[in-house]
Ligand binder design. Sequence first.
Ligand code: NAI
Length: 507
Amino acid sequence: MNTPVFSRVGIVGTGAMGRGIAQIAAQAGSTVRLYDTQPDAVAKAREALSAQWDKLVHKGRLTREQADSHVSRVPPAATLADLADCDLVIEAIVERLDVKQTLFAELEGIVRPDAILATNTSSLSVTAIAAGLKHPGRLAGYHFFNPVPLMKVVEVIAGLKTDAATGQRLTDYARQMGHTPVQAADTPGFIVNHAGRGYGTEALRIVGEGVTDFVTVDRILRDQVGFRLGPFELFDLTALDVSHPVMESIYRQYFDEPRYRPSVITAQRLAGGVLGRKSGEGFYRYLGGSAQVAPEAAAPQVAELPPVWVSTRAARRAELYQLLKDLGARIETGQSPSPQALTLVAPLGFDVTTVAVVERLDPARTVGIDLLIEDAATRRRVLATNPATRSDMRDAAHALFARDGKPVSVIHDSGGFVTQRVVAHIVNIAADMCQQRVCSPQDLETAVTLGLGYPLGPLAMGDRWGPANMLEVLFNLQTVYGDPRYRPSPWLRRRGAIGLSLLHEEA
Ligand code: NAI
């Protein structure tokens, strides 16, 4: 094992985060002194660490000697003064600016002048925490995620006055601890909590508009995009007493930037104590730990399907034709649909109603399909009706697209369906983070895939389904809704034609 960058580390606050950080620091070979103001907290943390290492011995991942050596390297500190010889002190105490400022002011009087100070804050400004210090250059943000040993990314945050060497040493040390460091500017939400704003807030808007219910939104985003958890499953897991305040705080800290606007749905549920898994009921009800979900209704039975006509402006038109052929549809190829035809449109960003009007189609027979993502890459098809769509046409479209057994969701009309809206929103927020220089495009991708578990980084997502398509969805959503929430970031506009995940950044 290499000599650790910091041989003696102090951890202040030995709750969930502090003990996780202590674990990986001790595993990297450092001696880690543990301090907490709660009388039993340090003893409990040491027991938990010991139990954790015992488990790793059982699994064959550590030898008994290694585990014993780790345990010997997490001694308790009875007072803050016992951290005097530490090269690095990391705090993971209560999330309050005044308490953190007081702690660091006290620590400055205890540790050597060259010792580094780090805060694990997830929502406070690192610059503000360092503001009262005599040597603010030695303090940086070091934002880990819960559970620390499994979430292998850490944001290294430079405040206004943080020395470059402070960030560099913390970065090197993160690697020794087996984590991937990413560099974040001191901005609200840093990288992960900022990039994560797109998913839940847009899903809430979709449900708030009555486009469909939250179970369907979850199904669509899991099956079309490949998210491991739908946004509402994720809200239930995180619990609204954590996630709603984060949404609100980032929105406010960016002075009411519409892209981050939270929802009255979560505000009300939070007020009502309907928090998620931990309160037994969130968007889903939980019985014995598992969500109760009614099975999906079967596709309607339709004796005879009408012929199908496809709009000349449909997205992925050739693919749609092939799919219709594969499904055994009778396809009309005339200039306009016959009076019996089911009329299919596949807009990007626009709603089905607008398309029917603009293309002079009979809205009663018009149904939309979301083809942002190629059909072969998805596990679900999504259709949208407009308010005038006849039920026989809706059922015919549903039955047709379910013929090969792929699940179909039918939602109400809205600009951009579900996937287009959520994906474009995520990509746009990520692009704007690059525009604001919150971090490099590469660190953004790394932080989001490791910190949020998305199937792809947001920039890769934009590239995969077309930067120009993202722009088209956003421009059209802006037209449909007249809402600045959808205005494309200048960064996205510049790269619409050339791709988002280029590895170099403009000077
Ligand atoms: P926790 O409540 O499990 O642990 C906090 C510990 O700090 C407690 O043992 C408490 O007694 C101690 N403490 C409070 N004030 C203290 C003080 N002035 N001096 C010494 N000890 C003090 O909290 P958790 O979840 O470990 O979070 C701690 C910090 O980490 C917070 O700042 C939070 O924002 C940040 N964080 C939390 C994450 C999470 O998912 N829980 C993720 C990333 C950051």
